[in-house]
Structure formats: C-alpha cells, structure tokens
Design a protein around this ligand. Structure first.
Ligand SMILES: [Fe+2]
Length: 158
C-alpha cells in the first residue's frame, strides 16, 4: 500500500464501514426475533454484534478518534459516551446468557436504534472529516491499532 495517494486512508475507512454494514445487518434481525418473543435469539444477535464491535471500537477510540479529538472534542466525547451505553446493554447478554430482565429486549432495541444513528453520524461526519484532515502518520497509527485489534469480518477478496 502506498502512502501518499490516499489508498491507505481509504482502506482503513472501508474496513470500518464494512463493520458498520455488518452491525446494521445484524440489528435488522432483532425486530423479527422480538416479535416472535425469541429472547434467546436476540441475545445471540447481541453477542454477534459485540464480536464485530470490539475490534471496531478499539480502532475508532485508539486510532481514529485521538487524531480527531483536538478539532472536534465535544463530538468525539459524545460518540465515546454512546459506545459505552451500547456496550453496557450488549454486555448483559455476554457469556451465552439470555438476560432475565423483562425490560432488556426493549432496552436493547432502543440502544440499537441509537447505534444506527451513531453509525450515520460517524459515516457522514467523522469519516469524511478524517479523510479530509488526517495525515500519513495518523493513518499509520490507525493501521497499527487495526493490526493489533484484528477484525471479526472475513478479509475482502483482493
Ligand atoms: Fe463506528
């Protein structure tokens, strides 16, 4: 990958975007499960969403966001607070647990609706701003975090 033509930055953003797409796809299965009262299925979907989000959030918060925080401190702080809220609702289904709290399915749906808006804010705001403003060193830092974090997605065919 070359350093100056932008392909490095585009590849980083493309991977984050494909993770968003997978999360949105998984979220779309929650309502049918909820309608049929299948809380175990909702919990399984929550765990699959977490699997995609763990490396994704690490790349955002340790690679991309630090490079943006000087220019957009309030927006980045708000996005990180939303990550914590999403994680806490998803974590209730960790370790194969189907949450017993009768309010959990509705809380999960609310959080996932918020997560979809959050994803749009990243894709329409943070990602274009990053592509416009970050330099080679900053993209290398993003790539370094990605190399450590891995991804839950299959690698694209090259
Ligand atoms: Fe994201």
């Amino acid at each position: 990958m070359c350093e100056y033509c932008g392909c490095q930055s585009l590849a980083s953003i493309d991977e984050l975007t494909r993770e968003h797409d997978e999360v949105v796809r998984l979220i779309s299965h929650l309502r049918p499960a909820h309608r049929s009262g299948d809380i175990a299925r909702m919990a399984e979907l929550a765990r699959r969403i977490t699997t995609v989000l763990v490396p994704h959030t690490r790349v955002e918060e340790h690679g991309l966001f630090p490079a943006m925080a000087a220019d957009f401190p309030d927006q980045i702080a708000a996005l990180e607070a939303e990550h914590r809220q999403v994680e806490s609702v998803l974590a209730e289904a960790a370790d194969g647990v189907t949450p017993a709290d009768p309010a959990w399915p509705d809380r999960l749906l609310e959080s996932m609706a918020m997560l979809r808006d959050h994803i749009l804010k990243e894709q329409d705001g943070v990602f274009p701003a990053a592509l416009a403003t970050l330099g080679t060193e900053e993209w290398e830092a993003v790539d370094k975090v990605r190399a450590e974090a891995g991804t839950a997605l299959p690698r694209p065919a090259s």
